[in-house]
Design a protein around this ligand. Sequence first.
Ligand code: GLN
Length: 259
Amino acid sequence: MGEQPQTPPRTAVAAARGRDTLRVCALYPELMNIYADRGNLLLLQRRCEWRGIGFELSASDLGEPLDPDAADLFYIGGGQDRDQALCALDLAEVKREGIHAAAARGAALLAVCGGYQLLGHSYEMGDQTLPGVGLVDLTTVRSDGPRLIGNVAIEVDLGEGPRVLAGFENHGGRTRLGAGETPLGRVLKGHGNDGESGVEGVRRDNVIGTYLHGPLLPKNAWLADWLIARALGRSEPLPALDDALENAAHVEARRAAGA
Ligand code: GLN
């Protein structure tokens, strides 16, 4: 038998592969959880565990400042206007500094629907204008038109070629991106940010905002993997999983949207 190759120290392996545990912080997990958006967290957990990647979940609730170094991935789901109003004030007053610092150091952030709206400068609700956390240049206004509801599919390119995200949207707010912002995707079917611009969501580096519920990640497992890899600082693709069920869920969501 030949000589065993020398095993590099574990720390060196970890550094080359990126970190070994995904730390996720959910913002307002009780208040901002509509259409089972919390399912996104469950999918992240499972896809880490199936690959032997550690998973730690924490929460940041009303009144709790956000520690920008405490997580690799921050998550905020959608919410009813009433709950969203509470969170808007808290985000703007208590968590503003933390969330800006987290994004600046490259932490990943996924914000869905109501959470997405709060990433911007302001959110119009009736005759009230709520502050946003001002992380990305967008505003969300109301119009006389109906709520934007239905199945939706968008085409997205996160640097790995065009992919599709499919889900469900239900929002009264119309989101307008500032000139310097990049949308997450192009609407194939559905309404998107405002029902007229033809674009959906926002993406800036590792920050993603989108109107897509579903929940989003179980129907679009590839995006979960992109987020995990980004959050862990991995440049190599994550090991493949048996995604037969996830692919079936994706195909069904696309079919529902007519894309
Ligand atoms: N309250 C927001 C709106 O209606 C977002 C709703 C949601 O998260 N589904 O625009």
